[in-house]
Design a protein around this ligand. Structure first.
Ligand code: GLC
Ligand code: CA
Length: 557
């Protein structure tokens, strides 16, 4: 590991902001750019190096900004370009950087390109999207969209179908058309010239469509999979290398692809040779835990230690020395991490949130903190369908419950466990009305526990989850072994304890994590000697780990 390239984005900690839910500055119930600007000191004090902001571009919001109608304009609800410039200036003035979301697998159906494209087969923009004739009175093939239903929508005027791997308001751009690629690259350069410091690339693994054959149908599924034709294709790798030459190499950026897939794939996307991206997000420790049935993520499936550990260890050891990694548990597409992987009961919430944070922040790779995670925010636990806003939830309800295929109570339980809105409820700033997020009515209800779980309280409490994150981030900035050390799995079969070491030269870091709500025996905890860098308990028991206890010990020689 010693001669590995040392670069700033390997040493950085990234904080993800979901702007709609972060802070509302004008009382309309929707978070906005000025709201973000107001809270930059909060992030600076936490120790954050880079802010990734989910899409802030003009959008009709069928998928909360992931459907962009103008890539060079700011969403009206979020403010103006002047507000953006002020936010960027504020970020840079504090020595932080800004990463934008690149959503270019698809645009909104209200984007000027699609408005033209839809006008007819002869329109010069027709080929900016993927249009095909139907087959046997139906769509061109059997592909299902990620958000339920067919991936094809019929356009009555021309009789042709267009492809949308997400909602029908998100038509897929045709990257095979060089004009589309040039249009996207040009837009990226425009933002980079404005001073943005990087890109998080939305479903970037799907841009290269190689063929349009029917996909395999899982038992009981209603549609076929588009994955063999659209996921991780050679064509996608070719487009990314082109993007690297045309845009990325001209600036000093952080690039992270939303790609998932396998370790082998990641080694291509995020290779040390810098030919494509800097790093990608793995899904094996979250989406990969689904039981693979036709219902996908809608299930009671938990997150057992043995599966989570196997996924992380595979990526940690598989990538090291060959490709850079990301480490994270939560984002705007996942439920709250303490609710999913930890224990959000009153007794264990804080201690298990700290244990999970230790696990992630001591690993190899760039850590991503999702807003509110640093407070130990929990799932929303909505009880009524009308409390949910997410198009994914409503489409799933339509496809599975309204059709009579699934019981509504089961579905509501699965939503409460894993729906994306769990992570999208407003940021909990203080104990005032609506958690200090807005003076108006929030677009999504605030989670009821905000009088106890909120930033103001935690900033004032040295023992809080917030201060624990602060400490973890500080340690990463202080100890090169946390960034560059080799990852060495330990106790790989232990049913209760997740353990690993990090090694750089003569420095060894040992990380012990109790994943249960019981005190468990861990002989290793006794044998260790050295300096304790951090722990979520003030005192320890010989040879044991207390419920959700985390210990990090530094030794030399
Ligand atoms: C990504 C985003 C998700 C969005 C989807 C379509 O998975 O993270 O929020 O719905 O792409 O853009
Ligand atoms: Ca607002």
């Amino acid at each position: 590991m010693n001669n590995e390239k040392r670069v700033w984005w390997k040493e950085a900690v990234v904080y993800q902001i979901y702007p709609r839910s972060f802070a509302d500055s004008n009382g309309d119930g929707i978070g906005d750019l000025n709201g973000i600007t107001t809270h930059l000191d909060y992030l600076k004090n936490l120790g954050i190096d880079v802010i990734w902001v989910s899409p802030v571009y003009a959008s009709p919001n069928h998928d909360n900004g992931y459907d962009i109608s103008d890539y060079r304009a700011i969403m009206k609800e979020f403010g103006t370009m002047e507000d953006f410039d002020r936010m960027l200036e504020g970020i840079h003035a504090r020595g932080m950087k800004l990463v934008m979301d690149l959503v270019a697998n698809h645009s909104s159906d209200e984007h000027a390109w699609f408005v033209e494209s839809r006008k007819g087969k002869d329109n010069p923009y027709r080929d900016y999207y993927i249009w095909q004739d139907g087959k046997n009175g139906g769509p061109p093939n059997n592909w299902g969209s990620c958000f339920s239903g067919s991936a094809w929508e019929k356009d009555e005027a021309s009789g042709q179908y267009y492809l949308h791997l997400f909602t029908k308001e998100q038509p897929d751009l045709n990257w095979a058309n060089p004009k589309v690629r040039e249009g996207v690259f040009d837009m990226m350069r425009w933002w980079c010239d404005k001073g943005v410091d990087g890109w998080r690339m939305d479903v970037i693994s799907m841009i290269g469509k190689e063929n349009f054959e029917d996909g395999p149908v899982a038992p009981g599924a209603l549609y076929g999979s588009f994955e063999p034709s659209c996921q991780h294709t050679e064509t996608t790798h070719r487009y990314l290398r082109e993007m690297r030459r045309e845009v990325l190499d001209k600036y000093n950026l952080l690039t992270v692809g939303e790609a998932g897939g396998t370790v082998e794939g990641a080694i291509r996307y995020a290779n040390e040779d810098g030919s494509e991206l800097d790093m990608i997000f793995s899904f094996e420790h979250n989406d990969g835990l689904n039981d693979g049935t036709e219902l996908g993520k809608w299930s009671d499936h938990g997150a057992p230690l043995k599966d989570v550990r196997a996924a992380f260890n595979r990526w940690q050891t598989g990538l090291q020395g060959r490709a850079w990694n990301t480490v994270y548990l939560g984002n705007h597409d996942q439920p709250r991490q303490v609710s999913r992987y930890g224990n959000d009961s009153e007794l264990f919430r804080a201690v298990s949130a700290k244990m999970l944070a230790t696990m992630i922040h001591m690993m190899r790779g760039t850590p991503y903190v999702y807003q509110g995670e640093e407070l130990g925010m929990t799932n929303a636990y909505f009880t009524r369908l009308d409390q949910y806003e997410d198009v994914e939830v409503h489409n799933a309800w339509h496809q599975w419950v309204e059709s009579g295929l699934v019981d509504g109570q089961d579905m509501m339980r699965w939503f409460a466990r894993i729906a994306r809105d769990n992570a999208r409820t407003p940021m909990q700033w203080n104990a005032e009305k609506h958690a200090g997020f807005t003076t108006g009515t929030p677009w999504l209800p605030v989670t009821g526990n905000y009088p106890i779980i909120n930033a103001e309280r935690e900033v004032n409490d040295p023992d809080s989850v917030y201060h624990y994150y602060r400490k973890l981030i500080e340690l990463r900035h202080q100890y090169p072994v946390i960034v560059y050390g080799e990852f060495v799995p330990m106790l790989e079969e232990d049913p209760e304890v997740y353990a690993y070491a990090r090694v750089l030269d003569d420095v060894r870091l040992t990380v012990l994590l109790n994943w249960t709500e019981r005190t468990v025996s861990c002989p290793l905890a006794e044998e260790l000697s050295g300096h304790e860098l951090i722990s979520n308990y003030p005192t320890h028991q010989a040879g044991k780990l207390q419920p959700y206890e985390a210990r990090v010990i530094l030794s030399k020689g």
